[in-house]
Design a protein around this ligand. Structure first.
Ligand code: SAH
Ligand code: MG
Length: 199
């Protein structure tokens, strides 16, 4: 039953140009969640609930809070989550992730909202990590534009790609955090706290 709903969501996202995670990317993230025994997740950028649902289905004891600022998508995500009977384990917040305040701590924070704001999301939420918690960021490659040496004609796209490059530099040069970059899906970064790595 879940499988049909997930297929429908993939189809809908494709038709309506909703940037849900790429299949290989979400498969990779789900494996990471399973292997590392992640039980609590904060997601920034729900869209229609696709990645939330996929992550929640990894294990019955995973709890997710997810934030979406677009009202229509939030409503659609609510509906999809209910259809999968996951509304007890996935809590949705309709609002701008940069405006709201969350005090709870999580094993994993998944940044997948407005790409130009990644540094702000990181700084705002880094203290919401549990010990040994990680920050995962999607779309580090942005359809290959981030690695591309070619001049990007479109001004908005160029600006966005520059922001993602800035974020990558920010992660690479961070004193307190260590990041691994994976060329899977649309590019995924996993960030660890340095002083928690070799304990
Ligand atoms: N994680 C989803 C895809 C998210 S797409 C999945 O893989 O299934 C990115 C979403 O982030 C969009 O729906 C957009 O409306 C939302 N978004 C962008 N900036 C945001 C912000 N500041 N706060 C909350 N949501 C935001
Ligand atoms: Mg994404």
């Amino acid at each position: 039953m879940y499988k049909d709903i997930i297929k429908q969501m993939e189809k809908y996202a494709e038709e309506e140009n909703i940037p849900i995670m790429e299949k290989r990317g979400i498969d990779f993230l789900c494996k990471f969640i399973e292997k590392n025994n992640i039980k609590s997740i904060l997601e920034l950028g729900t869209a229609i609930g696709y990645s939330s649902i996929r992550m929640a289905l990894v294990s019955d004891d995973i709890k997710i809070t997810s934030v979406e600022r677009n009202q229509d998508r939030y409503m659609m995500a609510l509906k999809n989550i209910k259809a999968c009977d996951l509304d007890k384990r996935i809590t949705l917040i309709c609002g701008d992730a940069l405006d709201i305040d969350i005090t709870e701590k999580y094993d994993l924070i998944f940044i997948d909202a407005a790409k130009a704001q990644n540094i702000n999301f990181f700084n705002k939420y880094k203290n919401n990590l549990n010990k040994y918690g990680v920050i995962v960021t999607d779309n580090i490659s942005f359809h290959g534009f981030v690695e591309s040496k070619e001049e990007i004609e479109n001004k908005n796209l160029r600006g966005l790609v520059m922001k993602i490059r800035d974020y990558i530099e920010f992660l690479k040069n961070h004193d307190e955090y260590e990041t691994k970059f994976y060329k899977v899906g649309d590019g995924i970064a996993i960030t660890y706290k340095k002083d928690e790595i070799n304990e």
